[in-house]
Write a protein that binds this ligand. Structure first.
Ligand SMILES: NC(=O)c1ccc[n+]([C@@H]2O[C@H](COP(=O)([O-])OP(=O)(O)OC[C@H]3O[C@@H](n4cnc5c(N)ncnc54)[C@H](O)[C@@H]3O)[C@@H](O)[C@H]2O)c1
Length: 262
């Protein structure tokens, strides 16, 4: 295709996609049926991973639960079954270790089948300032929060491509949009109404809906969309000044860690 036609195509499609997104602002997208899908959730032993597992199981999916925390996995499995779902498979997998991921992935393929929705949710929080964080802890964070996504994709994506059916989900943190001193699960902003603590149940429901509607990016709280926009137009110094003023830079100062593994 020559340059002129190629440019015309890009302009036409851009216009079409823009109109399409406007339409979907008014008319909600249909939610796809996930019954019969094989959904793997990493870090399913607690928190958001547990809630996502419960929701997918209640929608008729087979759920494959990964975690390093055996007790947590057992509890999630019990809750899934208590809700009436039976297709639940638990695996201890240390997502900071590539070999462990590949080994357990092979086991899942043999024992359950090809994963069709992969939710990379497992995450660790250092809770320390950059210079105070011990090197092994920094490495562990990178291995679990980032590298594990690559290894799980390598393990499960080929079958999705072969069957032209699959969905990859990466749970990250909107704290990454700005950069926050320490990382924490306790909120101490000067602007609690602007940056509210989110209810995990609400977050899990939004994630499942986004997956079922094939939404490419979901930012919670919605204020994050504004942050993304401001970041792209403001001078860096102004953005940092604003983030500091709003208390975003220090919103995780009171991190104490998880008191008890559930
Ligand atoms: N809770 C929040 O405020 C918040 C905010 C933004 C983003 N997130 C992200 O959402 C995800 C879930 O958060 P959460 O609050 O439910 O966390 P959580 O601590 O309750 O759950 C994380 C799970 O990951 C598991 N895990 C940790 N290391 C692992 C490893 N090496 N291998 C396998 N499993 C491992 C833990 O055992 C735990 O069950 C994380 O990726 C987190 O970064 C959470």
């Amino acid at each position: 295709m020559n340059f002129f036609l190629e440019t015309l195509k890009v302009i036409g499609l851009s216009f079409y996609y823009f109109l399409e997104s406007l339409v979907f602002l008014i008319v909600p997208k249909r939610k796809k049926n996930v019954s019969g899908e094989i959904v793997l959730v990493t870090g399913a032993g607690s928190g958001i991973g547990r809630l996502l597992s419960l929701k997918f199981a209640s929608l008729g999916a087979t759920v494959v639960l990964w975690d390093i925390n055996q007790e947590g996995l057992k509890e999630t499995s019990r809750l899934v079954k208590q809700n009436g779902a039976v297709r639940v498979h638990c695996y201890i997998c240390d997502c900071s270790k590539r070999e462990d991921i590949y080994r357990v992935a092979d086991q899942v393929k043999k024992e359950v089948g090809d994963v069709t929705i992969l939710v990379n949710n497992a995450g660790v929080v250092t809770g320390k300032t950059f210079l105070d964080a011990p090197d092994p802890l920094v490495e562990k964070t990178m291995e679990v929060n980032i590298m594990a996504h690559f290894w799980t994709y390598k393990a499960f994506l080929p079958a999705m491509i072969a069957s032209n059916h699959g969905h990859l989900v990466s749970i990250a943190s909107s704290a990454g949009l700005v950069g926050v001193n320490r990382l924490s699960d306790v909120f101490s902003s000067r602007w609690p109404n602007l940056l509210p603590l989110l209810d995990p149940e609400y977050v899990a429901e939004k994630i499942v809906t986004a997956i079922r509607q094939d939404q490419v990016i979901l930012v919670l709280p919605r204020f994050g969309y504004l942050v993304m926009f401001l970041k792209s137009i403001l001078p860096v110094k102004t953005a940092i000044l604003l983030a500091d003023y709003l208390g975003i830079l220090n919103l995780m100062d009171n991190f104490k860690g998880r008191a008890k593994k559930d």
